[in-house]
Ligand binder design. Structure first.
Ligand code: PEP
Ligand code: MN
Length: 296
Protein backbone atom coordinates (compact mmCIF):
# COMPACT_ATOMS: atom_id res chain seq x y z
CA UNK A 1 0.00 0.00 0.00
CA UNK A 2 1.42 3.36 -1.00
CA UNK A 3 1.95 5.73 1.88
CA UNK A 4 0.72 9.30 1.52
CA UNK A 5 3.71 11.66 1.38
CA UNK A 6 4.51 13.23 4.73
CA UNK A 7 5.65 16.52 3.23
CA UNK A 8 4.33 18.30 0.18
CA UNK A 9 6.56 18.65 -2.86
CA UNK A 10 8.87 21.68 -2.76
CA UNK A 11 7.72 24.73 -4.72
CA UNK A 12 9.79 25.08 -7.88
CA UNK A 13 8.89 28.72 -8.39
CA UNK A 14 7.12 31.44 -6.49
CA UNK A 15 3.43 31.59 -7.22
CA UNK A 16 2.26 34.33 -9.56
CA UNK A 17 -1.04 36.08 -9.16
CA UNK A 18 -3.08 38.82 -10.76
CA UNK A 19 -4.78 39.76 -7.48
CA UNK A 20 -4.63 43.54 -7.16
CA UNK A 21 -2.58 44.84 -4.24
CA UNK A 22 -3.80 48.44 -4.19
CA UNK A 23 -1.43 49.40 -1.36
CA UNK A 24 1.50 49.19 -3.79
CA UNK A 25 -0.10 51.48 -6.37
CA UNK A 26 -2.25 53.92 -4.39
CA UNK A 27 -3.25 56.14 -7.32
CA UNK A 28 -3.17 53.97 -10.44
CA UNK A 29 -4.29 50.59 -9.04
CA UNK A 30 -7.15 48.82 -10.78
CA UNK A 31 -10.64 49.92 -9.75
CA UNK A 32 -12.77 47.48 -7.83
CA UNK A 33 -15.25 47.30 -10.71
CA UNK A 34 -12.36 46.54 -13.09
CA UNK A 35 -13.22 49.52 -15.34
CA UNK A 36 -10.40 51.20 -17.25
CA UNK A 37 -10.16 54.98 -16.80
CA UNK A 38 -10.44 56.76 -20.13
CA UNK A 39 -7.44 58.89 -21.19
CA UNK A 40 -7.89 61.13 -24.23
CA UNK A 41 -5.19 62.31 -26.63
CA UNK A 42 -6.73 65.31 -28.39
CA UNK A 43 -10.26 63.97 -28.67
CA UNK A 44 -9.27 60.32 -29.10
CA UNK A 45 -10.27 58.17 -26.12
CA UNK A 46 -8.08 55.29 -24.93
CA UNK A 47 -9.75 52.77 -22.64
CA UNK A 48 -13.28 53.58 -23.79
CA UNK A 49 -13.82 50.34 -25.70
CA UNK A 50 -12.92 50.99 -29.31
CA UNK A 51 -9.21 50.68 -30.02
CA UNK A 52 -7.23 53.63 -31.42
CA UNK A 53 -4.15 53.06 -33.57
CA UNK A 54 -1.20 55.46 -33.20
CA UNK A 55 1.04 55.58 -36.27
CA UNK A 56 3.78 57.62 -37.89
CA UNK A 57 7.52 57.68 -38.48
CA UNK A 58 10.16 57.09 -35.83
CA UNK A 59 11.42 60.64 -36.26
CA UNK A 60 10.36 63.92 -37.84
CA UNK A 61 12.84 64.35 -40.70
CA UNK A 62 11.47 67.25 -42.76
CA UNK A 63 8.24 69.19 -43.26
CA UNK A 64 7.52 67.33 -46.50
CA UNK A 65 8.10 63.85 -45.04
CA UNK A 66 6.07 64.37 -41.88
CA UNK A 67 3.24 65.88 -43.95
CA UNK A 68 3.31 62.88 -46.28
CA UNK A 69 3.46 60.45 -43.34
CA UNK A 70 0.62 62.17 -41.49
CA UNK A 71 -1.59 62.21 -44.59
CA UNK A 72 -0.81 58.56 -45.27
CA UNK A 73 -1.61 57.23 -41.79
CA UNK A 74 -4.71 59.44 -41.46
CA UNK A 75 -6.08 58.19 -44.78
CA UNK A 76 -5.64 54.57 -43.63
CA UNK A 77 -7.40 54.99 -40.28
CA UNK A 78 -4.78 56.03 -37.70
CA UNK A 79 -6.27 58.06 -34.85
CA UNK A 80 -3.08 59.68 -33.50
CA UNK A 81 0.18 60.73 -35.21
CA UNK A 82 3.47 59.63 -33.61
CA UNK A 83 6.96 60.89 -34.36
CA UNK A 84 10.01 62.07 -32.48
CA UNK A 85 11.49 65.55 -32.70
CA UNK A 86 13.86 64.80 -29.82
CA UNK A 87 15.36 61.33 -30.32
CA UNK A 88 17.07 59.26 -27.61
CA UNK A 89 19.62 57.43 -29.76
CA UNK A 90 21.87 54.63 -28.56
CA UNK A 91 24.82 56.20 -30.40
CA UNK A 92 25.67 59.90 -30.00
CA UNK A 93 26.61 59.86 -33.71
CA UNK A 94 23.10 58.88 -34.89
CA UNK A 95 20.49 61.44 -36.00
CA UNK A 96 19.23 63.14 -32.84
CA UNK A 97 16.07 64.73 -34.26
CA UNK A 98 15.20 68.25 -35.38
CA UNK A 99 14.22 69.52 -31.91
CA UNK A 100 11.66 72.31 -31.51
CA UNK A 101 11.72 73.03 -35.22
CA UNK A 102 10.78 69.40 -35.88
CA UNK A 103 7.98 69.61 -33.36
CA UNK A 104 6.57 72.66 -35.14
CA UNK A 105 6.71 70.76 -38.44
CA UNK A 106 4.87 67.85 -36.84
CA UNK A 107 2.20 70.14 -35.37
CA UNK A 108 1.51 71.67 -38.80
CA UNK A 109 1.38 68.26 -40.48
CA UNK A 110 -0.93 66.85 -37.82
CA UNK A 111 -3.28 69.83 -37.99
CA UNK A 112 -3.50 69.50 -41.77
CA UNK A 113 -4.22 65.76 -41.44
CA UNK A 114 -6.69 66.29 -38.58
CA UNK A 115 -4.77 64.14 -36.07
CA UNK A 116 -3.55 64.75 -32.51
CA UNK A 117 0.11 64.03 -31.76
CA UNK A 118 2.19 62.13 -29.26
CA UNK A 119 5.92 62.85 -29.18
CA UNK A 120 8.81 62.12 -26.88
CA UNK A 121 10.15 64.57 -24.32
CA UNK A 122 13.75 63.97 -23.29
CA UNK A 123 14.32 66.32 -20.37
CA UNK A 124 12.36 68.17 -17.66
CA UNK A 125 13.51 71.55 -19.03
CA UNK A 126 11.70 70.87 -22.33
CA UNK A 127 8.27 70.10 -20.87
CA UNK A 128 7.11 73.71 -20.61
CA UNK A 129 8.26 74.68 -24.11
CA UNK A 130 6.78 71.59 -25.74
CA UNK A 131 3.48 71.52 -23.87
CA UNK A 132 1.53 74.00 -26.05
CA UNK A 133 2.50 72.07 -29.20
CA UNK A 134 1.76 68.49 -28.13
CA UNK A 135 -1.43 66.55 -27.41
CA UNK A 136 0.45 63.95 -25.35
CA UNK A 137 3.99 63.51 -24.07
CA UNK A 138 5.80 60.23 -24.68
CA UNK A 139 8.27 59.03 -22.08
CA UNK A 140 10.63 56.73 -23.95
CA UNK A 141 11.79 53.37 -22.66
CA UNK A 142 15.23 54.75 -21.79
CA UNK A 143 13.72 57.47 -19.62
CA UNK A 144 11.22 55.36 -17.68
CA UNK A 145 13.47 55.70 -14.64
CA UNK A 146 14.24 59.40 -15.12
CA UNK A 147 12.41 60.54 -12.00
CA UNK A 148 12.80 64.33 -12.49
CA UNK A 149 11.33 63.90 -15.99
CA UNK A 150 8.42 61.81 -14.66
CA UNK A 151 7.73 64.51 -12.08
CA UNK A 152 7.89 67.26 -14.71
CA UNK A 153 5.28 65.61 -16.99
CA UNK A 154 3.30 64.85 -13.83
CA UNK A 155 2.95 68.61 -13.38
CA UNK A 156 1.80 69.19 -16.95
CA UNK A 157 -1.76 69.33 -18.22
CA UNK A 158 -1.16 66.90 -21.08
CA UNK A 159 -1.60 63.11 -21.03
CA UNK A 160 1.49 60.92 -20.88
CA UNK A 161 2.28 57.75 -22.81
CA UNK A 162 4.72 55.90 -20.58
CA UNK A 163 6.86 53.25 -22.24
CA UNK A 164 8.26 50.35 -20.28
CA UNK A 165 12.04 50.24 -20.03
CA UNK A 166 13.36 47.08 -21.69
CA UNK A 167 15.01 46.05 -18.42
CA UNK A 168 12.20 46.99 -16.06
CA UNK A 169 9.84 44.69 -14.23
CA UNK A 170 6.15 45.43 -14.66
CA UNK A 171 5.99 46.59 -11.06
CA UNK A 172 8.78 49.12 -11.71
CA UNK A 173 6.88 50.33 -14.80
CA UNK A 174 3.68 50.83 -12.80
CA UNK A 175 5.63 52.60 -10.04
CA UNK A 176 7.00 54.98 -12.69
CA UNK A 177 3.35 55.77 -13.49
CA UNK A 178 2.80 56.44 -9.78
CA UNK A 179 5.62 59.05 -9.92
CA UNK A 180 3.69 60.90 -12.63
CA UNK A 181 0.29 60.52 -10.97
CA UNK A 182 1.65 61.61 -7.60
CA UNK A 183 2.35 65.06 -9.11
CA UNK A 184 -1.33 65.45 -10.04
CA UNK A 185 -1.47 64.09 -13.59
CA UNK A 186 -3.16 60.70 -13.74
CA UNK A 187 -3.89 60.84 -17.50
CA UNK A 188 -1.36 58.10 -18.21
CA UNK A 189 -1.31 55.38 -20.86
CA UNK A 190 1.13 52.50 -20.36
CA UNK A 191 2.96 51.26 -23.46
CA UNK A 192 4.65 47.85 -23.73
CA UNK A 193 7.50 48.09 -26.28
CA UNK A 194 9.50 44.93 -25.73
CA UNK A 195 11.97 43.76 -23.12
CA UNK A 196 15.46 42.26 -23.31
CA UNK A 197 15.69 38.52 -23.15
CA UNK A 198 18.37 36.27 -24.60
CA UNK A 199 17.56 36.09 -28.32
CA UNK A 200 18.28 38.66 -31.02
CA UNK A 201 16.10 37.26 -33.79
CA UNK A 202 13.46 39.81 -32.91
CA UNK A 203 14.60 43.26 -31.77
CA UNK A 204 13.32 42.75 -28.22
CA UNK A 205 10.86 40.26 -26.71
CA UNK A 206 7.25 41.35 -27.14
CA UNK A 207 5.81 40.90 -23.65
CA UNK A 208 2.09 40.68 -24.32
CA UNK A 209 1.59 38.68 -21.13
CA UNK A 210 3.33 41.49 -19.22
CA UNK A 211 1.01 44.05 -20.80
CA UNK A 212 -2.00 41.96 -19.78
CA UNK A 213 -0.66 41.54 -16.25
CA UNK A 214 -0.17 45.31 -16.05
CA UNK A 215 -3.76 45.76 -17.23
CA UNK A 216 -4.95 43.48 -14.44
CA UNK A 217 -3.21 45.71 -11.86
CA UNK A 218 -4.00 49.24 -13.01
CA UNK A 219 -6.97 51.26 -14.11
CA UNK A 220 -4.84 52.95 -16.79
CA UNK A 221 -5.21 52.07 -20.48
CA UNK A 222 -2.40 49.80 -21.73
CA UNK A 223 -1.24 49.90 -25.35
CA UNK A 224 1.40 47.93 -27.23
CA UNK A 225 4.15 49.00 -29.63
CA UNK A 226 5.10 45.90 -31.64
CA UNK A 227 7.40 47.94 -33.95
CA UNK A 228 10.10 48.44 -31.32
CA UNK A 229 9.33 45.14 -29.59
CA UNK A 230 9.71 42.97 -32.68
CA UNK A 231 11.50 45.06 -35.30
CA UNK A 232 10.30 42.91 -38.22
CA UNK A 233 7.63 44.68 -40.32
CA UNK A 234 6.14 41.42 -41.64
CA UNK A 235 5.28 40.24 -38.10
CA UNK A 236 3.63 43.38 -36.81
CA UNK A 237 0.12 42.77 -38.18
CA UNK A 238 -0.17 39.39 -36.48
CA UNK A 239 1.26 40.69 -33.20
CA UNK A 240 -1.01 43.74 -33.20
CA UNK A 241 -4.05 41.62 -34.05
CA UNK A 242 -3.23 39.18 -31.24
CA UNK A 243 -2.87 42.02 -28.76
CA UNK A 244 -6.17 43.61 -29.81
CA UNK A 245 -7.95 40.24 -29.52
CA UNK A 246 -6.38 39.85 -26.08
CA UNK A 247 -7.87 43.14 -24.90
CA UNK A 248 -5.21 45.88 -25.05
CA UNK A 249 -6.43 49.48 -25.32
CA UNK A 250 -4.44 50.59 -28.35
CA UNK A 251 -1.63 49.87 -30.77
CA UNK A 252 1.34 52.03 -31.80
CA UNK A 253 3.32 51.31 -34.96
CA UNK A 254 5.98 53.03 -37.02
CA UNK A 255 5.02 53.87 -40.61
CA UNK A 256 7.29 55.65 -43.08
CA UNK A 257 6.44 56.70 -46.64
CA UNK A 258 10.07 56.10 -47.78
CA UNK A 259 11.54 53.71 -45.25
CA UNK A 260 14.65 52.81 -47.31
CA UNK A 261 15.84 56.39 -46.77
CA UNK A 262 14.57 56.87 -43.20
CA UNK A 263 17.08 58.44 -40.81
CA UNK A 264 15.87 56.36 -37.88
CA UNK A 265 14.37 52.83 -37.50
CA UNK A 266 13.66 52.50 -41.25
CA UNK A 267 14.11 48.72 -41.24
CA UNK A 268 11.25 48.18 -38.81
CA UNK A 269 8.84 50.69 -40.35
CA UNK A 270 5.76 49.66 -42.27
CA UNK A 271 5.19 51.14 -45.72
CA UNK A 272 1.71 52.34 -46.66
CA UNK A 273 0.67 49.00 -48.10
CA UNK A 274 1.79 47.09 -45.02
CA UNK A 275 0.05 49.56 -42.72
CA UNK A 276 -3.15 49.17 -44.71
CA UNK A 277 -2.88 45.39 -44.30
CA UNK A 278 -2.21 45.78 -40.56
CA UNK A 279 -5.30 47.97 -40.15
CA UNK A 280 -7.44 45.33 -41.91
CA UNK A 281 -5.98 42.62 -39.73
CA UNK A 282 -6.53 44.42 -36.42
CA UNK A 283 -10.07 45.30 -37.53
CA UNK A 284 -10.73 41.60 -38.19
CA UNK A 285 -9.29 40.61 -34.82
CA UNK A 286 -11.38 43.28 -33.09
CA UNK A 287 -14.58 42.04 -34.79
CA UNK A 288 -13.87 38.48 -33.73
CA UNK A 289 -13.99 39.50 -30.06
CA UNK A 290 -16.80 42.06 -30.49
CA UNK A 291 -14.55 45.08 -30.31
CA UNK A 292 -13.99 47.87 -32.86
CA UNK A 293 -11.03 49.91 -34.05
CA UNK A 294 -11.51 53.61 -33.23
CA UNK A 295 -12.50 55.44 -36.39
CA UNK A 296 -13.05 59.02 -35.21
C1 PEP B 1 10.17 55.57 -30.24
O1 PEP B 1 8.97 55.40 -29.97
O2 PEP B 1 10.56 56.06 -31.32
C2 PEP B 1 11.20 55.11 -29.29
C3 PEP B 1 12.39 55.68 -29.23
O3 PEP B 1 10.78 54.08 -28.56
P1 PEP B 1 11.42 53.39 -27.26
O4 PEP B 1 11.57 54.45 -26.24
O5 PEP B 1 10.38 52.37 -26.91
O6 PEP B 1 12.72 52.77 -27.70
MN1 MN C 1 11.68 54.26 -33.37
Amino acid sequence: MANAPLVSAPQCSKSQSSTVDASRFPIVAAREDGQTSVVTIGDVPFGAGSVPVIAGPCAVESQALIAEGAGLVASLGAAVLRGGAFKPRTSPYSFQGLGMEGLQMMRRAADDAGLPIVTEVLSPELVEAMEPLVDAFQIGARNMHNFPLLEAVGQSEKPVLLKRHFGATITEWILAAEYIADQGNDAIILCERGIRSFGDETRFTFDLAGALWAKSQVRLPVVVDPSHAIGVPELLGAAAAGAVAAGVDGVMVEVHPDRENARCDGAQALNGEQFEALMARVAGAARAVERTIYAG
